[in-house]
Design a protein around this ligand. Sequence first.
Ligand SMILES: NC(=O)C1=CN([C@@H]2O[C@H](COP(=O)(O)OP(=O)(O)OC[C@H]3O[C@@H](n4cnc5c(N)ncnc54)[C@H](O)[C@@H]3O)[C@@H](O)[C@H]2O)C=CC1
Ligand SMILES: O=C(CO)COP(=O)(O)O
Length: 333
Amino acid sequence: MGDVRHVAVLGAGSWGTALAIHLARKGLKVGLWGRDGGRMAEMRAAGRNVRYLPDAPFPATLTPVDDLDALVSTADRVLLAVPSSGFQDILHRIAPRLSGRGLVWATKGLDLETTRWLHELVLEALPGDVHWGVASGPSFASELGRGLPTALTLASPDPVFAEDARAWLAGGTLRVYTSDDVVGVQLGGAFKNVLAIAAGVSDGLGFGANARAALITRGLAELMRLGVATGARNETLMGLSGLGDLVLTCTDNQSRNRRLGLALGQGQGMDEAVTAIGQAVEGIRTARVAVAKAAALEVDMPICRQVYRVLYEGLAPTAAVEALLSRDPKPEF
Ligand SMILES: NC(=O)C1=CN([C@@H]2O[C@H](COP(=O)(O)OP(=O)(O)OC[C@H]3O[C@@H](n4cnc5c(N)ncnc54)[C@H](O)[C@@H]3O)[C@@H](O)[C@H]2O)C=CC1
Ligand SMILES: O=C(CO)COP(=O)(O)O
């Protein structure tokens, strides 16, 4: 597959920036592209992403760039880290230039309108000679940006490409495991965001550690039921991209999804809470996808359903909890 010396990182939010810094620290030449030319100029001048990761200076081999086509045409590999709302658009823009290169994405979510997995969009958009994979796991951008130890899973249907991607992604403080469970790795990364909102709501209401642990565990049961219906493997859902990321985002206030839930549980309105966070909160879109997938596949996902009702139907958080607690009794497994 050839030597990897130059990586294009697309999406200059907190995650794209942290990944770009990490790769550049390893000595790779990195072009970081963002859609806002003014912000990219600001990053070039400041030598850091002042808005999203102000405490992580750019290594010398990281260049913020404006020209997407030029960057993708010259890079050996492309790492896509835009929110799921922008995934399809950027994928189509870069697809004609991806021949012979490899694509990894680090976006967590599904396509909202069609509820398709991102790899299904990739399969449809890309020429057959483009190898691809998805990276996911418990990984707050600011921690990777500060060089703190982090572990991810890289899933690809092609074991040779999985090893290729592992080799250029991993190193320094980032450990990367490989997998061929493309659906399982995406499932955990996407749907844990909905459950993190639920955990935040519970903590915002002051419900305590028992309730949080119950939500994490029963949330994992929902992921596993969806996994059975979609062909994901249980061990993947028990791994870094499943349970690992679920625990991280349900328990730590660095999670934007958890913070949204906290704000709602404390009585803040949705618009106010989203504006205050000011960054991607993927669980909002994914709650809609969860309800649609659960209905289409006849999978019981009561926690995701109540999150959806709080976000989209104006249900009071206390009423959502009551609805969960008053369901008919059933065996745990
Ligand atoms: N921040 C984190 O700790 C982690 C984030 N992720 C995932 O990475 C993805 C990106 O999230 P963040 O960087 O955290 O979001 P962010 O809110 O920090 O930044 C989003 C960036 O994407 C840009 N953007 C939005 N729509 C776009 C479009 N259509 N085309 C091009 N650029 C667009 C925005 O201008 C902004 O620069 C999400 O799917 C998120 O779940 C995954 C792991 C960790
Ligand atoms: O996915 C993440 C960590 O793995 C980031 O979580 P939030 O999007 O909730 O901040």
